[in-house]
Design a protein around this ligand. Sequence first.
Ligand code: KG4
Ligand code: ZN
Length: 334
Amino acid sequence: MLILGIESTCDETGCALVRDGQVLSNKIASQTNLHEYFGGVVPELASREHAKHLLPLLDSALEEAKVTLQELDAIAIAYGPGLIGSLLIGFNTAKVLSLTLNKPLLCINHIEAHLFAAAMEQDREVEFPALGVVLSGGHTALVKMHSFGKFELLGQTLDDAIGESFDKVAKMLRLPYPGGPVIEKLAREGNPNSFDFRAGKVAKPYDFSFSGIKTKVLYTVYGQNGQIGEQEISHSVKCDVAASFQRAVFDDVVKKCMKAAEQYQCKSILMGGGVTNNRALRDQLTATGLNLYLPPFSLTLDNGAMIAGLAAWKMKNSLPHEYTFSTPKTRIAF
Ligand code: KG4
Ligand code: ZN
């Protein structure tokens, strides 16, 4: 079964061809350089970039996979959650392809696809119930998975997403966007116990809060009244702040993962989202002895392969997923 996966939920355009679970091509046009200047994603610019890159990316994905559009069995699109303008570019392109080629259009949840990425390119089957851990730029959530497509939300962030908190702390330290990779790099040179940063307290056991720690970082770096100037912040202070911040948020995540895995008797832990790129996090999780599934580095950030991969799984397992072009009441079933 050959599936085209299209991703355009935020600031990466992705087109991938997946045949029977095997990734034939996985093309990504990242907008990082464009948004870096603003220190975060500018939705209007993101939509325009998707419009510019999607069709050339589709050509190159088809070329690399050595397949034609006519050979496709289905088209899969990340229908959300995401930025509305960005979503519309991908969704409308996928709809036109589906209608003109007369192939089914499968609507895939972006978050679920991040978790599915952890099961791709593995030589072992995921055992359920599993704990799904989404750590991305827009989402932080723990879910109990009875299967793909069957979830119970255990907890989520009440304010900033974890990746967003990396991006904001990096911005405070005048480091480039996205903040995650650069914080990780500086943290390697710093002392993780220099500052007593902690993730926020929450009422429910598996919720998260990362906005208070951001303010603590701000006061630590610039003083309570902003009396410390930017030029006074040395490289070694930045490294210590990065290391202490990273330690605090990862301690919180790992502790909650262990607790939830035990309470819900999860046989596997599936991790997904851009923050799972972080090697310190991977090492810390691996040391817990949990039965971990981490996505390959090529599938951690937003990409079309995870969208096509999950669509293929849903087709194989006859789960409802197909977009219905019915009139007058057009509806999405998934
Ligand atoms: O999954 P993703 O593309 O975003 C959403 O779908 O929302 O992940 C992007 C996020 C950014 O916030 C970025 O700073 C973070 O992942 N990230 C990292 C690392 N690499 C990317 N965070 C921590 N350490 C990293 N190495
Ligand atoms: Zn994502």
